[in-house]
Design a protein around this ligand. Sequence first.
Ligand code: ADP
Ligand code: MG
Ligand code: MG
Length: 229
Amino acid sequence: KLLLEVKDLTAIIAESKQPILKGVNLTVHEGEVHAVMGKNGSGKSTFAKVLVGHPDYEITGGSVTYKGQDLLEMEPEERAVAGLFMSFQSPVEIPGVSNIDFLNMAYNAQRRKLGLPELGPIEFYGYVAPKLEIVNMKVDFLNRNVNEGFSGGEKKRNEILQLAVLGAELAILDEIDSGLDVDALRDVAKAVNGLLTPKNSENGRIVKTGDISIAEILEKEGYKAISGI
Ligand code: ADP
Ligand code: MG
Ligand code: MG
């Protein structure tokens, strides 16, 4: 079943009007895992942020259909309620707000939108504690301030914990693998788990689509191997 269909999507930076996305096409069916790969600065994070409705960007053309709805017409909160989740390449630190309070607030906001009763702190603890195992995090991470003093790997685990708490039909994980040591990478990969269908993006466009073999070529020869396509 079709989940996401992006057609000829173009977007600019709202402030400077600089074009970033220059005609992106991507189709995602339920159960599929896609990897969008590309050089630094090619627009991968921008693409992710545009999909969740980040205000820094303006759509100038194309369309995005999510579960049959026009995604671009939806508010960011509506997109979240509809099952869209994004983890950030550089998760922000929130001093003074404990991780568990933050997760509880986010989860309750979602439940309110769905017309479900909110969970109090004790109930929520019962809900979140088993999920720590998924990302191999210790209980004390819940009491620390959101991402404050977390290592790169701990921040990424925390993003996946948010995903586990909020759930998602379509999870957009921006560089969820960067900066991770082998253990963290294994934990995160295990948590994310699924089929891999790599896609290559360059200069604001997806220039080559294929299977895992493309990732292997890139690993060996770098992005020059696919430039000029
Ligand atoms: P990638 O994630 O592929 O490394 P990005 O999407 O982060 O690339 O960035 C693409 C280009 O757009 C870069 O040149 C970046 O500096 C620029 N860019 C993205 N967002 C902004 C912004 N909010 N303000 C200014 N420049 C931006
Ligand atoms: Mg980058
Ligand atoms: Mg990026």
